[in-house]
Design a protein around this ligand. Sequence first.
Ligand SMILES: Nc1nc2c(ncn2[C@@H]2O[C@H](COP(=O)(O)OP(=O)(O)OP(=O)(O)O)[C@@H](O)[C@H]2O)c(=O)[nH]1
Ligand SMILES: [Mg+2]
Length: 456
Amino acid sequence: MQKPRKPESLDSDTIAAPATAAGQAGVGIIRVSGPQARSIAAKITGVEPLPRQAQLRDFFATDSSIIDSGIVLYFSQPNSFTGEDVVELQGHGGPVVMQMLLDAVLGLGARLARPGEFTERAFNNGKLDLAQAEAVADLIASSSIAAARGASRSLAGEFSASVHAIDAKVVELRMFVEAAIDFPDDDIDLLAGGQVGERLIDILEALNSLLCECAQGILLRDGVTLALLGAPNVGKSSLLNALAGEARAIVTDIPGTTRDLVQVDLVLDGLPVVVVDTAGLRESADPIELEGVRRARREGVNADIVLGVVAVDEQQTEWSFDTLEAVLPDLDPSRLIQIANKIDLVPDMADSLPAGVVAVSALTGQGLDALIAVIKNAVGYAADGGRFTARKRHVLALEAALAAAARCRTLATGTMAGELIAEELRQVHAALGDIVGEMTSDELLGEIFSRFCIGK
Ligand SMILES: Nc1nc2c(ncn2[C@@H]2O[C@H](COP(=O)(O)OP(=O)(O)OP(=O)(O)O)[C@@H](O)[C@H]2O)c(=O)[nH]1
Ligand SMILES: [Mg+2]
């Protein structure tokens, strides 16, 4: 468990919010946290709640009318999610019942919680570190099984443990360097022995490998955007449907069928993606089609990966990606995957395609697995995915730590200026502390928690 972040300022007010989603459901839960949680539960049910026991009780409004009957669960502090007294009132999950129950709780002195405030209190009370708190939101929002597993590993503290393991090495090295600075008269110069450099290599390697894992973790959490672009009628919409496994976009043999963007969220072999189908690229006098092409181009500029599609058939054995290049002249080749569709029409052509062009048939499904593998490879998604979910914030902090550690290494092989090495190590330590929230500013914390949903 973490050290409480602000033990002196433990929140004195009591917060409440629905912990379950709005709408009709078998059960709905109002969660209450803070010093008054227990007494509010006692007033609502007419009986003192017992810690960690599910008790069936009637729930009463402030005017003593009955609202519902359900389960009351009480967790006495510090053994609760937030570290405060927490009460869950589990009633029937109808919007009106939930609102009446919430009103009763608010009428007894609680106030409505801000988004993420329960988790923020858990963080402030040392129940979770910041990376774990972020994992709570990521677990709720996860779009794939792999992302959910990654988030729950982060929530269990695996990611934080990796950060702490590197930080422990940094702290140890800092102590060594600072001791060497403080006792300069000793016979041996501790800094000259090559030890600092060796230990730094170890730290750099560990930082690098965690950074790679974080990059995977971001893919796992955020996924990537793929834009299907190409001339009319090459089979872009058919390809979208084939990847989605259902008819999401209209397909006809009339060129210019797709006018607007069609966006589908999918998970391709563990990788969350947003696939955007676009209007076929061609000159046109039709203002609707022109706007469609303009939007297609914009998607091509913004997407992580452009899936450039051409069609091969008996008539068209000579083909190129000129149409796409004309529209996106500055497209970085690393962002482009070239696809030759309709390979079922000319199966022999599959072997004579230029290197890097993926032959597929949206009609028969041929080549789709290979295409998915090429996509995963292009975005750097490892076969087994990420070990835990991560955020851009974590990557930036690790990059800052890595840069300071690299500067440290240069100093250690060159001037051996102890004070400068110590200062760079302090920066590595600070950057790592930022990830788990030991050194994070209140402003950033506010921003992180405000993106949570209410009730979490
Ligand atoms: N034989 C064969 N026909 C295909 C294949 N993919 C698409 N088609 C056909 O090609 C035609 C055009 O397909 P679409 O998916 O609408 O093409 P599009 O690129 O989205 O066309 P626009 O929306 O007009 O830009 C349809 O008649 C499809 O059935 C394929 O792999 N093999
Ligand atoms: Mg289309």
